[in-house]
Design a protein around this ligand. Structure first.
Ligand SMILES: C[S@@+](CC[C@H](N)C(=O)[O-])C[C@H]1O[C@@H](n2cnc3c(N)ncnc32)[C@H](O)[C@@H]1O
Length: 304
């Protein structure tokens, strides 16, 4: 990710922080830790420096000290725009949160928006939209959709893929910069910059006949409330289609990549309890991580 422009309000602290980031980028985490401790002597409540110190200590294998630094980052930035809670969970120093911090996901994708399509599609072989379209048309051949909702619409790749089958598509994305790109694509009737659950809660019941979420639930953790909110806004026989990272056990788990993976059993249980039939659940990879296909699921549900 592109580093965020941050300032502690102290020139000397900012300078040391910048040097530390440079050292960390070159793999010199001993120098980075040292510079960050100097930074924190000048600006002791500055969360970005605590967070960066946590990262360098983690790289050095100093788990307990890293957890201490992430805990300080969280204490000084309770909205948690850097995701210290996720780092603490990954280190085993806290339980996994049921959702990632909203500020973290929003900032992540706001920073990412400008280069999202090039990076994801070209570098990470991203293909969730075409995989979902294929699964939807297999489950409902030749069907047209009057009102589609694109949850976590990003820049609009999923809507572009479905546009010829839909009369109207409404999108929602937590990151305003992503929502702006989606709006500019001209594919949507409307795009809201909001949390998808709030967006769903604000819609009239039984209006939509298609809901899609391509590579979004990896940033959502628990899906129970989302399934319930989707079922409320769709008509009977509507399609609810989404991709997931495939989990191996339990319901869902935060992975090393700081994304959530969900199990097919969890999806089947939620589908049954919220009034959906499982039309298909395919094992398919929709993106790569360090050149390797990430195990995934493409799921199509039918509202009963
Ligand atoms: C990997 S991108 C996928 C974007 C798009 N669906 C696509 O296929 O190109 C994930 C998107 O989900 C959005 N997102 C994550 N959690 C969200 C939430 N709770 N509410 C709304 N959008 C969310 C992110 O801001 C990001 O734009």
């Amino acid at each position: 990710m592109t580093p965020v422009l941050r300032s502690s309000g102290h020139l000397a602290a900012d300078r040391r922080y910048d040097y530390a980031r440079g050292a960390a980028a070159e793999g010199d985490h001993v120098a980075a830790s040292d510079l960050l401790q100097q930074t924190l002597e000048i600006a002791p409540t500055w969360a970005p420096a605590w967070f960066a110190l946590g990262e360098s200590r983690e790289e050095l294998g100093e788990t307990a000290a890293a957890a201490e630094a992430f805990a300080q980052a969280l204490a000084h930035d309770p909205a948690d725009s850097q995701g210290a809670r996720l780092r603490l969970a990954r280190l085993g120093a806290a339980d996994q949160p049921a959702q990632p911090p909203q500020a973290y996901v929003r900032d992540l994708f706001d920073q990412y928006a400008a280069r999202f399509e090039t990076h994801l599609v070209k570098d990470l072989a991203y293909r969730a939209p075409s995989v979902l379209r294929e699964a939807i048309t297999r489950a409902a051949p030749a069907r047209r959709f009057a009102q589609a909702l694109d949850l976590g619409c990003g820049t609009g790749l999923m809507a572009k893929e479905m546009a010829d089958l839909c009369d109207q598509i409404a999108g929602v994305d937590l990151a305003p910069a992503m929502a702006a790109k989606a709006r500019a694509s001209g594919v949507y009737a409307e795009v809201e910059a909001a949390d998808l659950l709030d967006f769903l809660k604000g819609r009239a019941p039984a209006g939509a006949d298609l809901v899609v979420a391509a590579d979004v639930f990896v940033y959502c953790g628990a899906l129970d409330a989302i399934f319930g909110a989707v079922r409320r806004v769709v008509k009977d026989q509507a399609i609810f289609a989404f991709t997931l990272q495939r989990g191996a056990e339990g319901d869902y788990r935060l992975g090393e990549d700081l994304r959530y993976a969900h199990t097919p059993a969890y999806v089947a249980r939620l589908a049954a309890s919220h009034g959906f039939a499982l039309a298909s659940c395919d094992e398919v990879s929709v993106r790569q991580d360090r050149g390797q296909p990430v195990p995934g699921l493409s799921v199509v549900l039918l509202a009963l």
